[in-house]
Design a protein around this ligand. Structure first.
Ligand code: PGA
Ligand code: ZN
Length: 426
């Protein structure tokens, strides 16, 4: 087993898609085989997530990751050099134990994740098999349906769109590549329509357009037009999905959701309580072919989530992102409370591959659909594409067909589809 022995672990600081530092980690095995990974990064401060270690000094306005890099190159390397890279669970458990904190704040979840994922890639390379097959085994065959970003808004975009993401889902496609073709065509039709209507053609971090469209119905109307202009049937070929990121709209004190863009457009303050939020979504689902709502309510608004699930859980996918944070304990709470019915899976939210796979397995066992997802700050790394296939996840969220950091995932899936050939499912 000498060829699988870890000889070296080395991290360097690189940049993510936003120009913010992140780690690139390489694991080298005794026979010279390597595996590398660039770590993606989310928006700051989601409360249930593992801790991303940042330097907090003058460089990069505190966002440097030199301490995390040093942790990989010294403390973590000391622990895992000499281990068998095929023992992913053992490596991950050791990293979690050595860190010893409840949210990986000692080494940094970004440091731990980089090592964990780089080990998996090195192991796949050493065995000479694709990453998806190494992680997923023999039964790996399903290409995910992409949930493709079209419009970007929310707290971290400077337009007046209150909802963070509007996506399209090619439910009528017969294979992944066909679905992706449809989404790209619609993306370009949308660009033309935005241009004709004198909206900005600027794009957001996830590659979607960021026009000043405040109301959800105006956004859906232009999406409908784009779908039809491309020759597809809304509801049959294409459904819509939104990520509201409602924790960002929620005020803990008043227990109300504030819509700044809509307020600006209407000239009066628009607040909604949980009941009104659910009504708002019901109206949307009645009027448009919406098949999925992510983070429709705040991550601590359990009462609201119960109501939402009661009213819409049988009709559409209700997805927990901030709500579950890829954390098995949080998913258990959700299942016990009977809230949501699908789970966003981001390895960085929890910090190791083993825990990510546990979250997927756990969700599936409870009948909750796992959706493998990118992050705001991405890299050119396409690990999540392989992961989505490995776990037969059914869905992937990887942004718009725009910007190399987002397209890298789709391109990897195209290659996997080609590789699996006739044996692939969709
Ligand atoms: P993240 O957010 O980049 O912080 O993970 C993206 C999302 O809300 O889906
Ligand atoms: Zn989200």
């Amino acid at each position: 087993m000498k060829e699988y022995e870890i000889l070296d672990v080395h991290a360097v600081e690189v940049l993510d898609s936003r120009g913010i530092p992140t780690l690139d980690v390489t694991v080298t095995l005794k026979d010279g085989v390597t595996g590398s990974i660039s770590v993606p990064s989310g928006l700051s401060g989601k409360r249930h997530e593992a801790y991303e270690l940042r330097d907090g000094d003058k460089r990069h306005y505190g966002n440097g990751v030199e301490q995390a890099v040093t942790n990989v190159n010294t403390r973590i390397a000391d622990k895992i050099i000499g281990m068998n890279v095929l023992e992913q669970v053992k490596i991950d458990r050791l990293l979690v134990k050595a860190d010893g904190t409840d949210n990986k704040r000692k080494y940094g979840a970004n440091a731990i994740l980089g090592v964990s994922l780089a080990c998996a890639r090195a192991a796949a390379n050493a065995m000479g098999i694709p990453l998806y097959r190494y992680i997923g085994g023999t039964n790996t065959k399903r290409l995910p349906i992409p949930m493709v970003n079209m419009l970007n808004g929310g707290k971290y975009t400077d337009n007046i769109m209150d909802i963070q993401e509007f996506m399209i889902v090619p439910v009528g496609a017969d294979c992944f590549s066909h679905g992706l073709d449809m989404c790209c065509e619609i993306f370009h039709s949308l660009k033309g329509l935005l241009k004709d209507n004198k909206f900005s053609l600027g794009i957001g971090e996830e590659g979607g357009f960021t026009p000043d469209i405040a109301s959800a119905s105006d956004a859906f109307d232009i999406l409908l037009e784009a779908v039809e202009k491309s020759g597809y049937r809304p509801g049959d070929d294409i459904c819509f999905a939104i990520d509201v990121a409602a924790s960002q709209l929620y005020d803990d004190n008043t227990e109300l959701y504030y819509f700044p863009g809509e307020s600006y457009m209407c000239g009066k303050e628009i607040y909604r309580n949980a009941e009104e939020m659910v009504q708002y979504y019901e109206d949307i689902v009645n009027r448009y072919p919406v098949c999925s709502i992510e983070d429709g309510l705040g991550d601590d608004d359990i009462k609201g989530w119960k109501l939402l699930t009661y009213r819409l859980g049988d009709r559409i996918q209700l997805v927990g992102d901030a709500l579950f944070a890829t954390n098995t304990e949080k998913i258990t709470e959700g299942i016990d409370n009977n809230i949501a019915n699908a789970v966003i899976i981001k390895p960085g939210q929890i910090g190791t591959l083993t825990e990510t796979l546990e979250a997927v397995e756990f969700s599936k066992c409870a009948g909750y659909k796992p959706i493998i997802s990118h992050r705001y700050g991405e890299t050119e790394d396409s690990f999540i594409a392989d992961l989505a296939v490995a776990v037969n996840s059914g869905h992937i969220k990887a942004g718009a067909p725009c910007r190399s950091d987002r397209v890298a995932k789709y391109n990897r899936l195209l290659k996997i589809e080609e590789e699996l050939g006739k044996d692939s499912e969709y």
